[in-house]
Design a protein around this ligand. Structure first.
Ligand code: GLU
Length: 296
C-alpha cells in the first residue's frame, strides 16, 4: 500500500526514476512473508513466493521497471477489466448491465452472492459477473477469448503475449465453483451458450504477462483508453470511466472499500500475484508479488 501511495505522489511531482522505484521495492520486499501463494488452482502453487516486480508508465508513456521484471505470471482476474471493455464495445453498456449490477463487492471473488435470489451477478469483477461478461462477447468457440487476447496484445503492444496452457488446464479441471456459477446462470437464462464460453473465461485468466504489461494496462484506463505510445484507436473517456469505477468499487473484492479509503486508486488484483493500478489522468502501475493476503 505504501508503494502505491508513494507512486501517487511521484505522479504529481514527476521525479520518477528507476532508482526511486528500486528503493520502494526494497522497502517492500519482506512483505511476502505475510502472504501465501494461491494453490487452489494447483498450477499456481508453483509460483515463487519471493518474486517481486514493480513497473510504472509515467504521464508521457515512459516505462520504469525494477525487480523481477522479466518474470511472467498469469493475469487471472485482471483479465476481467479487458473482457468488460470488449463486451461493452461490442454489445453496449446497457445490454451488459441489464444482466448484472454495478454493485461494489464485500464478498470474496468466488462468492455466489445473489445468483440464487435475484439471479443476477453483483458486478463484472467477481467471478460470476466476469464469466457472464465473457459469455456475452459475440463469436463461436474460442473467438471471444481471442478478442480478449488481441486487446491485451494491443494495449501492451506486445504481440508475444499468449495464455499458459498448463494453468488453463489446471483451472479447467479444478474450477468446479466457476462451473457451478456458469450452470446456475445458464439455468436462469442469463447464459445461452455451451461450456466453450466457460473455457474462454479460464483461458483469459491464464493469459501470461509481466508487471510492465500490467502498468501499460493501468496507463490505458487512466488515460481515456489511449495507449502508452499515444495510439488513440480506442480512445473513449466514458469506457475508461466505467472500467475505473468498477476497479475502484469491486477491483479488490471484499477489501475494495478499505482499499479505496487507504489507497484510493482504481486497481484490479489477480490471484496470480499481479495488481494493475490506474492513477486517473496520469500514470499506470503494475506490481507483481504472488504471496497473497487473505483477500487474494
Ligand atoms: N481464475 C481465477 C478463478 O476464477 C481468478 C480469480 C482471481 O484472480 O481473483 O478462480
Amino acid at each position: 500500500l505504501n508503494t502505491i501511495v508513494y507512486a501517487q505522489k511521484a505522479a504529481d511531482i514527476s521525479t520518477l526514476s528507476e532508482k526511486t522505484l528500486h528503493t520502494i521495492l526494497e522497502k517492500n520486499r519482506a512483505y511476502y512473508t505475510q502472504g501465501k501463494v494461491a494453490d487452489y488452482i494447483p498450477e499456481l502453487g508453483k509460483m515463487d513466493a519471493k518474486a517481486i516486480a514493480f513497473s510504472v508508465v509515467d504521464k508521457n508513456g515512459k516505462v520504469f521497471n525494477t525487480g523481477d521484471v522479466n518474470k511472467k505470471f498469469t493475469m487471472q482476474s485482471i483479465s476481467k477489466i479487458i473482457s468488460l471493455m470488449v463486451a461493452v464495445n461490442e454489445k453496449g453498456e446497457a445490454h451488459i448491465f441489464d444482466k448484472m449490477g454495478y454493485f461494489g463487492s464485500d464478498k470474496p471473488f468466488n462468492h455466489f452472492s445473489n445468483l440464487e435470489t435475484t439471479g443476477k451477478p453483483l458486478n463484472p469483477m467477481m467471478n460470476a459477473g466476469a464469466i457472464l461478461t465473457t459469455s456475452l462477447i459475440p463469436g463461436d468457440g474460442e473467438k471471444p477469448f481471442l478478442k480478449i487476447l488481441d486487446m491485451v496484445r494491443y494495449i501492451t503492444k506486445n504481440s508475444s503475449i499468449d495464455y499458459n496452457k498448463s494453468v488453463y488446464e489446471s483451472e479447467k479441471s479444478t474450477g468446479h465453483r466457476n462451473r457451478g456459477m456458469f450452470y446456475i446462470m445458464k439455468n436462469s437464462g442469463l447464459i445461452s451458450g455451451n461450456e466453450d464460453q466457460l473455457d474462454n473465461y479460464f483461458k483469459q485468466c491464464s493469459i501470461e504477462l509481466t508487471a510492465e504489461d500490467l502498468a501499460k494496462i493501468g496507463y490505458f484506463f487512466a488515460n481515456q483508453c489511449v495507449r502508452f505510445d499515444g495510439d488513440a484507436t480506442y480512445k473513449n473517456a466514458d469506457m475508461a470511466k466505467l472500467v475505473e469505477s468498477q476497479m475502484l468499487t469491486a477491483g479488490m473484492y471484499e477489501f475494495s472499500g478499505e482499499y479505496s479509503r487507504t489507497v484510493g486508486l482504481p486497481s484490479k488484483s489477480g490471484v496470480g500475484g499481479g495488481i494493475t493500478v490506474s492513477v486517473p489522468g496520469k500514470i499506470g502501475i503494475g506490481v507483481f508479488s504472488p504471496a497473497l493476503d487473505q483477500h487474494g
